[in-house]
Design a protein around this ligand. Structure first.
Ligand code: GLA
Length: 407
């Protein structure tokens, strides 16, 4: 199902509800976006500042209280799972559900109850999304949508938006078992149309940064490789997190005054840590080098964004991609195939893998007048180079949007 706008999405949800015998007539519809991270990719769990935008691939959920304490919810993306039903406060043990998408609503129920929130109003709901898996934060979008909707049905107001971020991360960390950070939740929850979202972890602050005037008209392009990435807990992501933590521990034990890799900002400090561990732990030093350089580039990228210099933003995005591939070593074959293809197109300003890594989607910043050329290049090259995914890949041309909207 190719959804092109909200009206069509809502119509489709109504149709699905009818088929499944769920009553959402005249209920609310909550739309949650995907996100595109401009930097620092893999910086969240290393303590760096973050910058990104909300993008117009969404999850739409229509819901209405059903007068009982039961939740009945159906996803048009996972028809084989049927209607997921449970009594509030009575869901399977954490990390015990692996196959079904039901682990998300279960996880939300589990986390909200654990936080002492009084949830006793059940609801009927149907949802559908068009966010590609792996790279554009489908799971965070779903968790946030479910949390806000469940709180809404139960009349619970949470003022502190960072609390919502914590809850959504807890659903994934504690119930599902994915070791994700907070990048995705922050970039979706706070996203504003036409703005970049700048998060500073030390101050726990959000700033909105408009793109400077006179910028070349560009598009954000998601390059879904058609591959399926398993959970982060089963991927290189988990290994990289552990490596970064290990280097921080080693450095602390050697007397360096740091708490995370982002603290290694200063060239002299970087040089000293490198000198200390380069021989014994070359791989860990490569991870540090990526974070160190990407963090430096981050501030240049922010300045370029503010100045409307999207060419420089793109060039830095590309540099980050090389770092993620060669130093952080978190990319994958199909992701790099996409990058190689679009890099050759005149008008591609920058490209790299996106998100957790290994599989999923790459992304590119492309001049608006070159989008068709990028699509044509992918259509002609990708199926040849990755025949297993010839029928599964997709190119998503995105604009920036608000992260959360209720109709
Ligand atoms: C995944 C995680 C995020 C973040 C990115 C990489 O999307 O969920 O927390 O670490 O990977 O930047």
């Amino acid at each position: 199902m190719d959804i092109v706008d909200d009206g069509q999405a809502v119509g489709y949800l109504r149709e699905l509800a009818g088929q499944q015998g769920l009553d959402v007539v005249a209920g609310a519809v909550r739309r949650s976006s995907s996100r595109f991270c401009l930097g620092v990719e893999h910086g969240d769990y290393n303590g760096t500042e973050l910058f990104g935008v909300g993008t117009d691939r969404f999850i739409w959920m229509s819901y209405k209280p059903n007068g009982s304490d039961r939740v009945r919810i159906y996803s048009g993306n996972f028809p084989d799972d049927g209607v997921v039903e449970f009594t509030l406060g009575n869901v399977p043990e954490p990390k015990s559900v692996h196959e079904s998408w039901a682990r998300f609503p279960y996880g939300v129920d589990y986390v909200l109850h654990r936080e002492g929130m009084k949830l006793d109003k059940g609801f009927d709901a149907v949802l559908y999304g068009n966010i590609p898996g792996g790279g554009m934060s489908r799971s965070a979008s779903l968790s946030l949508n479910l949390i806000l909707s469940m709180l809404d049905v139960n009349g619970i107001a949470v003022e502190d938006q960072f609390k919502i971020v914590d809850l959504a991360q807890a659903v994934e960390n504690d119930y599902i078992g994915s070791p994700c950070g907070q990048l995705d939740q922050i970039m979706i929850l706070f996203a504003k149309e036409g703005m970049g979202t700048h998060y500073n972890p030390k101050a726990q602050s959000i700033d909105y940064v408009p793109l400077g005037e006179g910028a070349t008209d560009f598009r954000i392009v998601g390059l879904d490789t058609g591959t399926v990435r398993g959970g982060l807990e089963k991927s290189t992501y988990k290994i990289r997190r552990a490596e970064c933590d290990k280097l921080v521990e080693l450095a602390k034990a050697a007397g360096f005054d740091i708490t995370c890799l982002a603290d290694i900002k200063d060239e002299r400090l970087y040089g000293k840590v490198l000198a200390e561990f380069e021989e014994s732990h070359p791989d860990l030093c490569d991870r540090m080098t990526y974070i160190y350089k990407a963090q430096k580039r981050f501030y240049e990228m922010m300045d370029a964004w503010k100045a409307g210099d999207i060419e420089t933003v793109g060039a830095i995005f590309r540099e980050d991609g090389f770092g993620l591939r060669d130093e952080y070593k978190i990319s994958g074959d199909e992701l790099e195939t996409m990058c190689d293809i679009v890099r050759r197109v005149d008008g591609t300003l920058g490209e790299r893998m996106l998100g957790g890594g290994d599989k999923g989607a790459s992304g590119a910043l492309v001049r608006a007048d070159s989008v068709d050329a990028v699509k044509a290049a992918v259509d002609s090259e990708y199926p040849k180079r990755q025949p297993d995914y010839a029928d599964k890949y997709a190119v998503h041309v995105c604009r920036t949007v608000d992260g959360m909207k209720v109709f």
